[in-house]
Write a protein that binds this ligand. Structure first.
Ligand code: COA
Ligand code: AMP
Length: 626
């Protein structure tokens, strides 16, 4: 046990004001906050700051302009570029001037549908500089999903690139963006396209601008000043899967975000100015927002932007090579990525040959890290492999071993201990705390710590719902338990959200899509265990009368989910079944479906309406794999 960790956690819970005002000193405020928290105004009321200034300009002003800010390593284009803080300041300034030229002002929204390239980072920071609100949409989402986000965020400007590069595939973005804009009710004023060497996009009409031409045209414009915004002004909106087909727009506020991220770098990850940090995620996800872009730059470290996959770009040694090449001190990835590496290099030959350079720890998040994967990674790398838990809603870890506070206690299967700022309880259905060892709903005491969401964009009622089941507590949607030594074990979701290769998806949303496919009478989508991706979605469809013999049905179901939600949904299997297992009151027994596809023992529940259905399903699963 680490005393530093225990002291920090206790101080954060007993004296949150003093704790967080102390942490706020890591940030440069144009007006310091009067207090740490106000129930109406949130964290750091009265404080004014600019997040981009804190990420970039202040380091240059402190004489660190020559220090490396961003390393772009792209095995898919055989490119490595290095950007110093002074260069980053220049680049951010130029994109800010471009956006200002297009009329973007404080509070305006800018949607980014961009690949993992430096201009994406420049653009996020440029929005922050202007006080504009960015909303980055992951490239794996289909046009309809992009359209939903455009309609909700109502951006003035959409930034995109001619293509994304996904392993060996080049994905043209322009047609996807055009389709999304045609589907959306909201009309954006401007689309700016960054042309990549691999593929040129054709621009059409006055709405579209070529990134470079716009940059040239505004080259003489002054750099817009960094706008001092209120601590509770929104920095970004990040959409994540809820339990319905409508994504939830998590709103991140400037003040709490900056303070929490800076604190986490120093106290969890052990990263400060001059260190190299690499989060192998995508800027389209919360991990990318927090730990590729903002957190490393807030503390003056060097961040790595990696455009590649754990395997195949070019081989399973790519992680280790990148760590050694750039001197990465702390590495962050998803368990699924380690499983992918292990699958292709089970003996760890690449690892043995390349090594892990100066790397001191590997952090995993995004899904439960299975003990076997951790054991493999620890044995092969000789490094502490630290599972930690968090959510888009929180923006930074809620459960971890705070390694930088000297707490390296780990127990495989557990995500660690409550991070300072977070008070957890395991509750039963009526909100009563459950004893140690018993699994229940994982809840966090309100108010949530700095950095966590305080509303959903256009949906305060949706936000309030998270606090409705257990008054005074935030319902995380996860189930778990504390063991006798205080380790928190997160066991899975209590709702219909699944994690596929570290990507958060809603089976409810997939069901909504499948239900509209011609010939489908009824359906259920469940998450089945998968050795590589952790979970994968599987659809069960009951054909409409007369459509039972339609052999194209499974393929059409799969295509519909891919077409409407996106490739990232990874729905590759649909079973046609005569009936779904239901209770007598008509509730679909999804758990039974899950057990059947997982090949687990599945006693027929006494509440089942038709006891013959499970055997029919087993026959379908064994005989009809698509
Ligand atoms: N743009 C367009 N398409 C994308 C995409 C993007 N940014 N990201 C993924 N896709 C596509 C993939 O090409 C794939 O398409 P396919 O079905 O035609 O092959 C599909 O979406 C599913 O992608 P993915 O789940 O990534 O599977 P994969 O087989 O390509 O790769 C892994 C498997 C494990 C290597 C990969 O998922 C991975 O690296 N996961 C780690 C994820 C992560 O870091 N998450 C962040 C949480 S911290
Ligand atoms: P996201 O919002 O995409 O970060 O997904 C958050 C969800 O991912 C959580 O609610 C968990 O269900 C799951 N998750 C993230 N990290 C972990 C972890 N370390 N262990 C178990 N589940 C995790």
């Amino acid at each position: 046990m680490s005393e530093a960790y225990t002291r920090a956690w206790q101080a954060s819970i007993a004296q949150p004001e003093a704790f967080w005002l102390g942490a706020a000193q890591a940030i440069d405020w144009s007006s310091p906050p009067a207090a740490a928290f106000d129930p109406a105004r949130g964290w750091f009321p009265g404080g004014r700051l600019n997040t981009a200034y804190n990420c970039v300009d202040r380091h240059v002003a402190a004489g660190r302009g020559d220090a490396l800010a961003l390393i772009y390593d792209s095995p898919v284009t055989a490119t490595v570029t290095r950007t110093t803080y002074a260069e980053l300041q220049h680049e951010v300034g130029r994109v800010a001037a471009m956006l200002a030229h297009l009329g973007v002002e404080r509070g305006d929204r800018v949607v980014l549908y961009m690949p993992m390239i430096p201009p994406t980072v420049f653009a996020m920071l440029a929005c922050a500089r202007l006080g504009a609100v960015h909303s980055v949409v992951f490239g794996g989402f289909a046009p309809l999903e992009l359209a939903k986000r455009i309609d909700d965020a109502t951006p003035k400007v959409l930034l995109t690139a001619s293509c994304g590069i996904e392993g060996a595939r080049t994905i043209a973005y322009q047609p996807l963006v055009d389709e999304a804009l045609a589907l959306a009710r909201h009309a954006v004023d401007h689309v700016v396209v960054y042309q990549r060497e691999r593929l040129a996009a054709e621009l059409s009409g006055p709405r579209d601008h070529d990134w470079q031409s716009l940059r040239d045209a505004t080259a003489a414009d002054p750099v817009p000043p960094a706008v001092a915004v209120a601590a509770d002004d929104p920095l970004y909106i990040l959409y994540t899967s809820g339990t319905t087909g409508t994504p939830k727009g998590v709103v991140r506020e400037h003040g709490g975000h900056a303070v929490a991220l800076a604190w986490s770098m120093a106290n969890i990850y052990g990263i400060g100015a001059g260190d190299v940090f690499w989060a192998a995620s995508d800027v389209g996800w919360v991990v990318g927002h927090s730990y590729i872009v903002y957190a490393p730059l807030l503390v003056g470290a060097t961040t790595v932007l990696f455009e590649g996959k754990p395997v195949g770009t070019p081989d399973p040694g790519t992680f280790w090579r990148t760590i050694v090449r750039h001197g990465v001190k702390t590495f962050f990835t998803a368990p699924t990525a380690i499983r992918a590496v292990r699958k292709e290099d089970p003996e760890g030959r690449f690892l043995a040959e390349i090594g892990t350079g100066p790397c001191q720890a590997i952090f995993l998040a995004g899904e439960r890290a299975d003990p076997e994967t951790i054991a493999w990674a620890e044995a092969r790398t000789g490094l502490p492999v630290i599972d930690h838990w968090w959510q888009t809603e929180l923006g930074w870890p809620g459960v971890a071993s705070c390694a930088a506070l000297g707490d390296l206690r780990r127990r495989r299967g557990s995500a660690g201990f409550p991070v300072p700022g977070y008070e957890f309880a395991i509750l039963d259905e009526s909100g009563h705390p459950l004893p140690t060892g018993q699994s229940g709903a994982v809840a966090i005491k309100a108010p949530l710590p700095p950095g966590a969401f305080r509303t959903l964009w256009n949906n305060p009622a949706g936000f309030a719902k998270n606090f409705a089941a257990f008054p005074g507590w935030y319902e995380t949607g996860d189930a778990g338990f504390f063991d006798a030594d205080g380790f928190l074990h997160i066991m899975g979701r209590t709702d219909d959200i699944i994690n596929v290769a570290g990507h958060r998806l809603s089976t409810g949303q997939m069901e909504q899509i499948v239900a509209t496919v011609d010939g489908v009478a009824e359906c259920a989508v469940i998450g089945a265990d998968d050795a590589l991706k952790g979970m994968i979605p599987i659809a069960f469809v009951v054909p409409r009368a007369g459509a039972g013999g339609d052999a194209t049905l499974p393929a059409r179901v799969i295509a519909a989910v891919r077409g409407e939600l996106g490739a990232v949904a990874a729905l590759k299997t649909a079973f046609v079944v005569p009936q779904l297992p239901k209770t007598r009151s008509g509730k679909i027994l999804r758990n039974l479906l899950r057990k059947i596809v997982n090949g687990e023992e599945a006693p027929t529940p006494p509440t089942i309406d038709d006891p013959a259905v499970p055997d029919l399903l087993r026959a379908a699963v064994l005989g009809e794999k698509v």
